[in-house]
Design a protein around this ligand. Structure first.
Ligand code: TYD
Length: 208
């Protein structure tokens, strides 16, 4: 059976982890093999890089360093986790991927998109997701859902204006990458959103 690489995007608190969990339960029930993973992280070295990136004490980190660390964690994660799972024919459900770099480091931090595409070239050329689902919930609502930003998380602490730029950035990416990213309205219950996601994956032939 052919594997598929499905990535999830959205602002903090948009419900990605809940939706990934519900979809994983569906796949288990239907005996469809899968791997759940996340970025930054998903393997030992990338989880160590994650700690450095998100550490609230690393206030001196430059935006460029941040972007390169995300890209480095990504390359290792692809080699250790994503590629082997796809080779086994599994569905890979990944919490965040390159579009997080474009939304957060590009639109949020204001880094040059050409630079971001260049440092993510390996990922984009060799491992473009079969589909990216954008859980569409504005940053303000998303933070309200998770009861505010985490004090120890450097990215969550970046402020409301930053997170609004990220949300609007995702909206621009939806236009630019129409073929790759699909928005999922998540104003309903988590079960309704789960149902919408299953329908999308079925209609794309990614799951049976
Ligand atoms: P995480 O706690 O996983 O956030 P969430 O639960 O909202 O997904 O932390 C990941 C953080 O890293 C999140 O704030 C988004 C950010 N991020 C980037 O800025 N660029 C990236 O390329 C990736 C993968 C994540």
């Amino acid at each position: 059976m052919k594997g598929a690489f499905i990535t999830f995007e959205g602002c903090e608190g948009a419900g990605k982890s809940t939706q990934i969990r519900l979809l994983a339960e569906y796949l288990s029930k239907n005996k469809i093999p899968y791997t759940v993973t996340r970025e930054p992280g998903g393997t030992k070295i990338s989880e160590s890089i994650r700690e450095i990136i998100l550490d609230g004490k690393n206030t001196a980190m430059t935006d460029e360093c941040e972007a390169l660390l995300y890209a480095a964690a990504r390359v290792q994660h692809l080699a250790d986790t994503v590629k082997p799972a796809l080779d086994r024919g599994e569905i890979v459900l990944c919490d965040r991927y390159i579009f997080s770099s474009f939304a957060y480091q590009g639109y949020g931090r204001g880094l040059d998109m050409t630079f971001l595409k260049e440092i993510n070239r390996y990922a984009m050329e060799k491992f473009m997701p079969d589909l990216t689902l954008f859980l569409d919930l504005p940053a303000v609502n998303a933070f309200a859902r998770k009861h505010g930003a985490d004090k120890n998380d450097r990215i969550e602490q970046a402020g409301e204006a930053f997170h609004n730029r990220v949300y609007n950035g995702y909206k621009s990416l939806l236009n630019e990458y129409r073929e790759n990213i699909l928005p999922v309205d998540c104003s309903g219950t988590k079960f309704e959103t789960n149902e919408k996601i299953i329908q999308i994956l079925r209609s794309r032939g990614l799951i049976s």
